[in-house]
Design a protein around this ligand. Structure first.
Ligand code: HEM
Ligand code: HEM
Length: 172
């Protein structure tokens, strides 16, 4: 059994960002694909946008721990590609949703009913493009999340390494 470099864990802050954002994204995929309050969906989505900007800043200052040495080249490539696409999508999804809402909605955009968020000053055509992007990226995101969760569970239960544990709070 090969383990990750001892002590090579994600920082507490990275772990907190990961799980808060993951929870919010799952809720938003659920509302988008299955149904629920669109006001809640928009507030959660804007929250994901702000948190993701903070998360990327944190990651630049605090690089993630290296993967276990046993990780093959294709596994490394798959992990890096998935993670890079996640960061891209975590920005593009809320932005395209915001763009879409800016073209169609008359009521003010609110953050959990606490304050108004301005609509983006864009043309109806750009808002329409945002709608297309939001739909395609949203569905692709759901597929990627499934692959990502599958990979995490494979590490834990099949490869039996510490890759899942190092992203869990409190596990050594
Ligand atoms: C993490 C962020 C987000 C995720 C994962 C997400 C995901 C989704 C998904 C999967 C759909 C269904 C797509 C379809 O089949 O039509 C959807 C629809 C929608 N989203 Fe988002 N979204 C996010 C952020 C936002 C934001 C920030 C806004 C607006 C401020 C927004 C506004 C909307 C609207 C208005 C719809 C309905 C589209 C329609 O009527 O076809 N979303 N979202
Ligand atoms: C649902 C939305 C989710 C998103 C958007 C997401 C996104 C990400 C991203 C971007 C990373 C890379 C972190 C970095 O190195 O900067 C990551 C790592 C990780 N995620 Fe998720 N994640 C989600 C859900 C989950 C779930 C449900 C699990 C567990 C079952 C999970 C397990 C992991 C693990 C174990 C890592 C560390 C991988 C490594 O050490 O290279 N994630 N996730």
């Amino acid at each position: 059994m090969v383990r990750a470099v001892p002590g090579a864990r994600y920082s507490r802050v990275a772990i907190a960002f990961h799980w808060v954002i993951a929870f919010l994204v799952v809720v938003n995929l659920w509302i988008g694909l299955i149904g629920g309050s669109m006001g809640l969906h928009k507030s959660i989505g804007l929250t994901v946008l702000v948190l993701t900007i903070g998360r990327i800043g944190w990651r630049i200052a605090n690089p993630p721990p290296p993967l276990p040495v046993s990780t093959s080249a294709w596994e490394r490539a798959a992990a890096h590609l998935t993670h890079a696409i996640f960061y891209l999508f975590l920005i593009v999804l809320p932005m395209s949703g915001w763009a879409m809402a800016s073209g169609t909605t008359r009521r003010p955009l609110e953050w959990f009913g606490l304050f108004a968020v301005p609509y983006l000053p864009i043309s109806p055509a750009a808002a329409g493009a945002g709608h297309e992007v939001h739909e395609i990226v949203g569905i692709t995101m759901a597929v990627l999340v499934a692959l990502h969760v599958g990979a995490a569970l494979r590490h834990h239960f099949v490869l039996r390494d510490a890759v899942l544990a190092r992203m869990l709070p409190g596990v050594r």
